[in-house]
Ligand binder design. Structure first.
Ligand SMILES: O=C(O)[C@@H](O)C(=O)COP(=O)(O)O
Ligand SMILES: [Zn+2]
Length: 205
């Protein structure tokens, strides 16, 4: 995709996520890999009101080279791209149910593999990294270790960060993660039938 197509897609997907309530206010940020480096949403911008001419430009070494100041989460996005070489885009959201899950005081996986689409788009399990202040560089090592396990990571008391081979697939996976977190809450007092190990494996093969 050309630089202008990537800009247009970033604006469109940001607006779509915002319009459907996956992000509110100025929460969340998006980035996409380009021929020259990366395009990223500006800090303090709303995903619902991005402009193709007002996106932060970073070079391959993540230096800010054009446009407005990038999101404060450059370290998080960079950690995900550098851990997952197939990643062409990264989506960070504070979507409601994932953020609710991120606040649970439970050890281990919090979103069970209940549906095939979850396994296919997100993976069998979503690791959680401990809480760090937004924008903190200290999340780097733990996020790299978690991102090595799969394309989606929950950030404790914060939200999610999801990688994809395109911005559309990263956004689709982030949406699937949100709906799966919603299911986990809907079913929390019920006996559930998670997919079996064989069923999961068949989807991952
Ligand atoms: O939670 C935060 O403060 C950030 O992670 C965030 O979502 C928005 O920060 P900016 O992208 O710098 O606006
Ligand atoms: Zn955030």
């Amino acid at each position: 995709m050309s630089d202008s197509e990537l800009r247009r897609q970033l604006v469109e997907i940001g607006a779509s996520l915002f319009d459907r309530g996956f992000s509110v206010g100025s929460a969340g940020n998006l980035s996409v890999r380009t021929a020259d480096g990366f395009l990223m949403t500006p800090t303090n911008s709303s995903l619902g009101r991005l402009s193709v001419d007002e996106l932060a430009e970073l070079d391959h070494r993540w230096r800010h080279v054009g446009g407005p100041r990038p999101s404060k989460e450059v370290v998080m996005h960079r950690a995900v791209y550098e851990t997952r070489p197939e990643a062409q885009a990264v989506v960070h959201l504070h979507s409601t149910y994932v953020t609710a899950v991120s606040c649970l005081a439970e050890d281990g996986p919090t979103i069970p593999a209940l549906t095939p689409y979850f396994v296919m788009r997100v993976g069998r399990e979503v690791p959680t990294v401990p809480y760090y202040r937004p924008g903190s560089a200290e999340v780097d090592a733990e996020l790299r270790a978690a991102a090595a396990q799969g394309p989606a990571v929950i950030l404790a008391n914060h939200g999610s960060i999801v990688a994809g081979e395109t911005l559309e697939s990263a956004s689709n996976a982030a949406e699937e993660l949100e709906v799966s977190a919603q299911l986990a809450f809907l079913l929390r007092d019920r006996q559930v039938r998670p997919l079996t190990e064989d069923q999961i494996q068949e989807l991952l093969d």
